[in-house]
Each structure stands twice: as structure tokens, then as C-alpha cells.
Design a protein around this ligand. Sequence first.
Ligand code: NIG
Ligand code: FE
Length: 401
Amino acid sequence: MRTVWQHCHVATMAEGRYSAIEDAAIITNAGLIEWIGPRAELASVEAERTVDLGGAWVTPGLIDCHTHAVFGGNRSGEFEQRLQGVSYAEIAAQGGGIASTVRATRAASEDELFASARQRVQALMRDGVTTIEIKSGYGLDLANERKMLRVARRLADELPLAVRATCLAAHALPPEYAGRADDYIAHICDEMLPALAAEGLVDAVDAFCEHLAFSPAQVERLFIKARELGLPVKLHAEQLSSLHGSSLAARYQALSADHLEFMTEDDAIAMAKAGTVAVLLPGAFYFLRETQLPPMDALRRHGVKIALASDLNPGTSPGLSLRLMLNMGCTCFRMTPEEALAGVTVHAATALGLGDSHGSLEVGKVADFVAWQIERPADLAYWLGGDLPKRVVRKGHEISN
Ligand code: NIG
Ligand code: FE
């Protein structure tokens, strides 16, 4: 159905940065954008429907490019411990942290995981999110990683949402491999990843490169396997220390390297050359009360694309609002509201390998957008969460919100 959407302003985010058209119109057809431009240039078209957006500001549908939205249990008890001064690394060393979510996730059925994840994902959707990435990584064996990835696929089937599923089997060492990290990496490479990929459950491969997780050499073995299977890679890198995981990611043309508080200027240069997106996660920075900022000036100077995501997870960022992350990106990391908006649209799409189809409002791209009743685009980064009045369009159809 051809639809004309008008009486609006549009932040198109075309060409990878903030750009706006005032008093604009958009024509959608068959789920795609057929035309977009100033309303004054709108030629008369045969349209089945014309929609008056009431002076709204239209942005691309928001993209949350880094989440761990599928998990069992929660870790509010650890939150209390950390408030008493126990660190994230200390909790992990005591068998808490990721390992405690692994126990709860293994104990949960696929239906239970689906039901709890759906609620969290719907909270993100109420905030204007139309595309989301979901990582596995709390199963850590074939059956349980499969269970998580199947939930991610089912969320895409049952909700008006695009979902990319990332295999994060190399998130932590499962208890049955204690002291045998190399053997676990070999098991992922030889058994888990080929099986999960063959079942069509994996869009990308991720790992946690950190002293308390996996070394760069172990991550590299995983990346070599991913390349062999034709899967793109991403990496949790430089969150708590500098191991140059982000440079390693760049050497493997990773879609993104994520966290990055401890990255160096040389890492930024390598990422810029490779086109690897820097995904910043201010929710985890805030929730862990970190003080080391990602090197924003170096990222900007070398032209690294910067995305922002919720990192929605039970341990370090129980964040149910991507717009809150826009605010935190500005407040904590000194991003401009325009950079933050690019970070949850056009650059987030690139971080998921969806840059050709999503993330900006241009002819031929998927017609996913949000019409916000706000005065200026900066309002999206200004309000601390909350439910802003809006209309959400997915593949050219308005969805109830
Ligand atoms: O992205 N850094 C590792 N992974 C998650 C935390 C997972 C957890 O603590 O459960 C993150 O912050
Ligand atoms: Fe994460």
C-alpha cells in the first residue's frame, strides 16, 4: 500500500550523520521508502492513504545494537553487594556475576526465557526501538546457547521487530571447563559454532576479551573459525583493562568493538581503517560506577563511527530504555545529542551489518521510523527516559505502542 506521511520534519541521518528536512513528506510502499524530501517538492502521487503526523519530528526507528535481553533470573542482590563496595570482578571471582545468570538461564525453559525476554524487549520497543541485537552467552553449552538463540529468533517472529542474533558462547568459562579455557574455545570452534550456524541461528559471533574472560589469542582462534563459517565478528573489548582487543577486532574486519573505555589511540586508528564501529555502552559505565571514559576525542579525530546501545543485561546494565542511553551518552561521555542520535540509528545499523537497509531514512531503505511529538530532535536525549508521545512505523505500517 502506497502511503504519504506528511506534516512533519525529518531527521534523515542520511550519509551517516545528523541531517534534517523541515516540512517534509515521506512516501512508503511495500515496506520501503519510495520517496522522501521537502513537502513542497512532493509531486502528486496516487496514494491509498495520506497520514497527517501533526508536526512531529520523524527519526529512523531506533536500533539497539548490543543487548543480552534473553536471560534467567536477575542480579539485584549483586547490585546491593556492589553498593557495599564489592567490585564486579570480585563478585565474578566468587562464582557470582555471569556465572550466576548462567545457572538461572540453564534452569529456565525456552518458554520461560521467551516470556521474560519479551517483556524487556517490549519495554525497549515502547521507547521507539524497531531493531535489536540479542546475544546468547548465558548458556555456555550447545543446548543452552541454542535455547537462547531460538528465543531471539522467536522474538522476531512474534513481535514487529527486526532481531539480529549474536552467538556469545565465549562470554565466560562454564564451570565444567574450569581451568581449561583453551579446551572450551576449541569446543566452541569445533562443535558449538558449526552446529548453531548450520541451524541458521547465528548472524554474528562475539566474545568477551578481558582478564576475567578470554585472552586475545583465544578470541583470535574463534574469529578464524567465524571467518571460515562466513560469519561476521564483534567483540567486548577494553571494558575493564587494555588488551587491544579492539585492534584485534579491526584486523578481522569486525562489525563493531564494544565498551572501549580503556582503548588507546592506536586502537582507534585501526578501527577507523577497518570501518569497525565503536559501540559505547554508557549504561554499564554508569551502573558499575566506572570513571575511565572512552577516548572520545581520538574516536572523533580518526573518524571512527560511534554507536550507543543499552547493553541490557542483568549484571552491569539493566537498562530498559535506549533513550536513557542517549542521555547518558551525552552526560557521561560528552556526546552531542546529534552524535547520540546517529549512535542509535545509522551507526547502530552499521554495527549490525544492516547499513544498507536500516538506520537512515533514504529511498530504498526499510520504512522503519518514529514520529515523535517533540519540539526538537535534541529532546530525545534530554528527557531521562519516560514515555514520549509518538507513533511507530515498521515496514511502512503503524504498530500499536
Ligand atoms: O556487556 N562484559 C560482559 N558482558 C556483559 C555483562 C554481562 C553480565 O555481567 O551478566 C556486558 O557488560
Ligand atoms: Fe555486553
